[in-house]
Design a protein around this ligand. Structure first.
Ligand code: HEM
Ligand code: HEM
Length: 555
């Protein structure tokens, strides 16, 4: 290369960029990443909201660390909030009150931190539901689903350790419940509790320990997992909705640079602006109303943050000590009485089962359908009635537990007996998911039938015509080719009966799989075939569709 062909940047910024590029090779990365194509759909924004609220948490959290002192040493309040003057409390609670009343902009930042935490877990959850209901977790994205599920658990852990920090009455009661759950673990529970709290609950160590988890370990793990998560999104490429020209092999959309970079940058500031506006106008966690933590009082009508509510609800629904029994007669442990606290253990198992089900769902679905192909095109929820029904059952189950966390508020607001609320919610705990499953499946199948009807007979135009004979009919309009493609381009799994292995045996698990497949796929609406479409169109006096063979339409 001759010297006159070497590119010489003329401006100062150009020279600096060139300097950096020659030492880091950044332009190659920008070129590679910037050319990535990202499909456009509103439902792909939830993951972005999760990312941006996490950044807001990092920024606002760092501000809070400048003033918060995680010490449980005893002190007397002498700040500017008069009702608490002279009251004994921990330094942690004192500094949280100081942030709220005596640090300039402190209350705003506490509220930004808390509101963005609520929004963070909410957006992560909705993002997960979007991924679930559209089948975006299928091969090759199963591992990213697991990374995502880990992120959800970490998000809840971040929230819980965070709102336990101020050491007010609400956070102390939350910790008391966790202590109870830990102590219920057979044999080792009391030891784990003593280890965590540095002796008897509440002790003087827990806030400092939670602080380390909250500001260091958990955010670092989230950061690491988010990096892995997004790396996998780039490696797998993003899924897309089906449409003309969109296949399992391509991605149709806009490049990251400059279109998405600009959109995403703008969207970050919109999210930040919305969180700031909410934080400026709406109080969250008014710790000054609760007072310092004291193990004796429990304030009425207080709830944990929304994402922990379901755990509280599970505990409230369980019949109390009724079921507790000692298991020393089964395994004679040499030390003390060993009681199985079923009132706590059963809810804990239920929660772990729901979370565990979330982690393994991609494999459960794959086991039932035996579908080992890659999927980059998303399912419309109605076109996967079995999955949609399972998802709705899960959401109903979650919501019943969540409602149970507010059983006292439901009772006082609607002037009904607390026990009745508990009995009803117990019934819903079992019936709700079943009803949710049946109703969601029926609705999905009905919507599929409606789509089928639209494809074959057109859309109802809302125009009633009278024939010369005096008969009334509604005019039907054919949908355009784009819509037609959308309504017909999907797969509908069929029942896959149990199959014999090479030795000719039908294993028990295969029999089970066969029955599950029958249960899920027996009721199905077959996609429209080309011949059906042609017949319908000739019947309606339209031309046959060119270019679609039976297989294409079935797809
Ligand atoms: C995913 C990340 C995070 C979540 C979900 C989260 C959540 C929370 C919540 C709900 C609170 C209670 C706020 C209140 O008093 O009303 C809190 C407190 C706090 N957080 Fe975070 N946080 C996160 C990350 C961070 C980070 C990265 C830092 C520091 C660098 C941090 C520092 C703090 C501090 C110092 C407090 C105590 C302040 C106070 O309550 O007055 N947080 N966090
Ligand atoms: C801190 C939490 C999380 C962040 C910041 C995050 C961020 C993102 C972003 C930005 C995308 C690409 C845009 C989109 O499709 O929304 C994405 C995709 C994805 N996420 Fe998450 N996510 C989080 C949690 C989760 C959870 C809880 C799950 C599931 C359990 C999950 C599963 C997935 C999957 C499978 C994809 C690929 C989707 C596709 O290609 O259509 N993520 N995530």
């Amino acid at each position: 290369m001759t010297t006159d062909t070497v590119y010489q940047p003329k401006t100062k910024t150009g020279r600096i960029a060139d300097f950096v590029d020659q030492r880091t090779g950044a332009s190659g990365m920008v070129k590679e990443f910037g050319r990535k194509i990202f499909p456009d759909h509103w439902s792909f924004m939830f993951g972005e909201v999760a990312l941006y609220t996490f950044v807001i948490l990092l920024i606002s959290g760092t501000f809070l660390t400048l003033f918060f002192d995680p010490s449980m040493a005893h002190t007397t309040y002498d700040g500017s909030y008069n009702p608490l003057k002279g009251i004994g409390m921990s330094v942690a609670y004192h500094t949280s009150l100081d942030i709220s009343f005596d640090v300039r902009g402190g209350l705003f930042m506490r509220q930004v931190h808390h509101w963005s935490a609520l929004l963070f877990v909410a957006s992560v959850s909705v993002h997960m539901l979007r991924v679930f209901f559209t089948g975006a977790f299928r091969k090759p994205r199963e591992l990213n689903w697991v990374v995502g599920s880990t992120l959800l658990v970490l998000a809840m852990a971040a929230g819980f350790t965070g709102y336990s920090l101020p050491d007010d009455l609400l956070s102390g009661n939350g910790l008391r419940i966790i202590d109870g759950i830990i102590k219920a673990i057979p044999v080792v529970g009391t030891y784990i509790s003593a280890f965590l709290f540095g002796g008897e609950f509440p002790g003087t160590a827990i806030i400092g320990r939670l602080y380390m988890l909250h500001i260091m370990l958990v955010p670092a793990l989230i950061l690491l997992m988010v990096a892995v998560h997004l790396f996998m999104v780039v490696v797998h490429k993003h899924t897309q909705w089906s449409g003309p020209g969109r296949t399992e092999e391509n991605v149709v959309g806009f490049p990251v640079g400059p279109v998405y970079a600009a959109k995403a940058g703008g969207f970050f500031f919109i999210v930040f602006g919305v969180v700031a506006a909410i934080s400026a106008f709406f109080t969250i966690n008014p710790i000054w109303n609760y007072g310092p933590y004291d193990p004796s009082p429990v304030s009425a009508g207080t709830q944990p943050d929304w994402y922990i509510g379901w755990a509280d609800g599970a505990l409230r629904l369980m019949p109390g000590q009724l079921w507790d029994f000692s298991f020393d007669w089964i395994i004679p442990f040499p030390w003390g009485d060993n009681l199985l606290a079923m009132g706590v253990l059963v809810p804990a198992v239920v929660l772990v089962a729901l979370l565990g089900g979330m982690f393994v769902w991609p494999w459960v679905e794959r086991w039932i359908t035996k579908d080992d192909r890659e999927h980059h095109l998303l399912d419309r929820p109605r076109n996967a009635p079995f999955r949609t029904a399972v998802g709705v059952a899960g959401v109903v189950f979650y919501c019943v537990l969540w409602a149970a966390a507010s059983s006292d508020l439901i009772a006082t607001h609607f002037h009904v007996a607390l026990n009745d609320v508990t009995y009803w919610l117990r019934a819903l705990f079992f019936l709700g998911p079943i009803l949710g499953f049946i109703i969601a499946r029926r609705i999905a199948l009905a919507l599929q039938r409606k789509d089928r009807d639209i494809v074959l007979h057109g859309r109802e135009a809302g125009i009633i015509e009278m024939s010369p004979e005096g008969a009334f009919t509604e005019r039907h309009e054919q949908v355009d080719e784009y819509k037609l493609y959308k309504l017909t381009a999907f797969e509908s799994p069929e029942v896959l009966p149990a199959q014999a292995d090479r030795a000719g045996h039908v294993t028990r698990s295969e029999k089970l799989r066969g029955s599950v497949s029958k249960f899920f796929f027996e009721d199905r609406v077959a996609p429209v075939t080309k011949s059906e479409l042609e017949e319908a169109r000739s019947h309606h006096g339209h031309h046959a569709v060119e270019g679609h063979d039976d297989k294409e339409l079935e797809q």
